[in-house]
Write a protein that binds this ligand. Sequence first.
Ligand SMILES: [Zn+2]
Length: 75
Amino acid sequence: MLCPYCKSEIPDDAKKCMNCGEWLDPVYRKPKKEEQSFFSAFSETVISFLWFGFLLVIAAIVVYAFLDYNGMINW
Ligand SMILES: [Zn+2]
């Protein structure tokens, strides 16, 4: 069979291409991909949470400044 990655001739029962080193068996390729997507999804969630917190702080400062400017906060 032909390697789908480098198009070189490899044995039909080969699990890994000896030419380019790519895994041909999806069982071996899948866990690595899932791990990567899990971490990228995790970091995306963390970044979106940080952005949400950042915007929340900005909004709180703006609201506080607005109320303070209008003399609505009397300590
Ligand atoms: Zn190959």
